[in-house]
Design a protein around this ligand. Structure first.
Ligand code: PLP
Length: 394
């Protein structure tokens, strides 16, 4: 039997310790985080960082939010886990809460664990709805996840796809090109999938007009229209969902990331008619819809309302746009608190300079974008810290 090592005294850094046991698939920031509080994370040696990245948009209420902690504690004590083999009040409540923040018509829910799984299941619903169709239309720069179906609709995934072939044909339409979108939407297309504001690409808002063109084109050819709101949903736009923010209702919305405040969870919201004919065993999961995730989903939805989160997002987003186009920042793109700071020099340089000044940000597919995905509880005083750092960097 292999020896299972515990960290010896005078242990190596987390970087070294991880490198010994994990596959080398992640780029690491030069930062060993020990704990988080509010919108800050702290290193073992006591340094404090303003977290404007939120662990890939997951920490939507920051760290140690009292209601999330209380919910987790209470739910863990009462029922840690049960599968979908038994109905649970806590699961039904989470479903009702999600429907409550969705546009009219999106009245059915399927719970899973990650954004990729949400998109995978959304695609499966679309192909079931449109049997015989072979194509999906996606948008230039799209990121939808790393499972086989979700990766098939992710731009440039062929670099790491690794499976022998993709399960269906995919056409990518340039952002904002409604004409190209209409041309691509033929009767061979089972689904059109968009991120209303593209995340990984670098906070590119597709815009209301383009999203409406997608609605019309999907209706014209009978395709299922999917909003991937894994990154831009759950209050990040300053509205509960991007669908409500833009006033465009798709057939399916997928959610993930911060939906349970940091606990793994994701959801597919669908119009019932898209899922018609679905029966026992057609979709499934072991962990999806577990009681811990469900209790947290309900708390997140409640807090969006009671803590006036959407209004705060709108205010802080406007403040960033008004004040942060300074120093190395040429322009700011995106919506709500999914923003991209555009720089002339590689964004990596600005990201490093901010990190040196105690501010954590994200990179993006566009090498001249530094991405901001902060907790939605961010306040003006935190933005002031960013302004000061940008001035100093010059
Ligand atoms: N969709 C979007 C828009 C995302 O940003 C991501 C992750 O970054 C995913 C899907 C995949 O989510 P996950 O990593 O939870 O599978």
């Amino acid at each position: 039997m292999k020896e299972i090592a515990t960290a010896p005294a005078g242990a190596p850094s987390a970087e070294e310790a991880e490198a010994k046991v994990f596959l080398p698939v992640y780029h690491h920031l030069d930062l060993e985080v020990e704990r988080g509080e509010g919108v800050y994370v702290f290193t073992a040696d006591g340094r404090r960082y303003l977290d404007l990245y939120g662990g890939h948009a997951v920490a939507i209420f920051g760290y140690g939010h009292p209601q999330l902690v209380r919910t987790l504690d209470e739910q863990a004590r009462s029922l840690f886990f049960q599968s979908n083999a038994v109905p649970l009040q806590v699961r039904a409540a989470a479903g009702r809460k999600l429907i409550g923040i969705s546009p009219p018509g999106l009245d059915k829910v399927f719970l899973i664990n990650s954004g990729a799984e949400a998109n995978e299941n959304a695609l499966r619903l679309a192909f079931r709805r449109n049997p015989g169709r072979q194509r999906v239309v996606a948008i230039e720069g799209a990121f939808h996840g790393r499972t086989a179906g979700a990766a098939a609709i992710t731009a440039n995934s062929s670099r790491w796809y690794a499976f022998p072939h993709k399960p269906f044909e995919v056409d990518y339409v340039p952002r904002g090109d409604a004409q190209a979108l209409r041309r691509a939407m033929t009767e061979e297309v089972a689904a059109l999938i968009v991120e209303p504001v593209q995340g990984q690409a670098g906070a590119f808002a597709l815009g209301k007009e383009f999203l409406e063109a997608g609605r019309a084109a999907a209706d014209a050819c009978g395709a299922v229209y999917i909003f991937d709101e894994v990154q831009c949903g759950m209050g990040r736009m300053g509205a509960p969902l991007a669908a409500t923010f833009y006033g465009v209702t798709p057939d399916i919305v997928t959610l993930g990331k911060g939906i349970a405040g940091g606990f793994p969870a994701a959801a597919v919201l669908t119009k019932p008619e898209v899922a018609s004919g679905l029966g026992v065993g057609d979709l499934g999961t072991t962990f999806g819809g577990g009681p811990l995730a469900c209790a947290l989903i309900s708390t997140v939805v409640d807090c969006l309302r009671t803590e006036n989160i959407c209004a705060n997002v709108r205010e802080i987003s406007a403040y960033i746009r008004e004040t942060c186009r300074i120093g190395p920042v040429l322009d700011i793109q995106g919506e709500g608190l999914l923003l991209g700071l555009r720089t002339a020099a590689p964004g990596k340089l600005l990201q490093n300079a901010l990190l040196e000044r105690g501010i954590l940000t994200g990179s993006a597919g566009d090498p001249h974008i530094v991405r901001l995905l902060p907790p939605l509880t961010l306040q003006r005083e935190h933005v002031d810290q960013l302004i000061e750092a940008l001035r100093e960097i010059g």
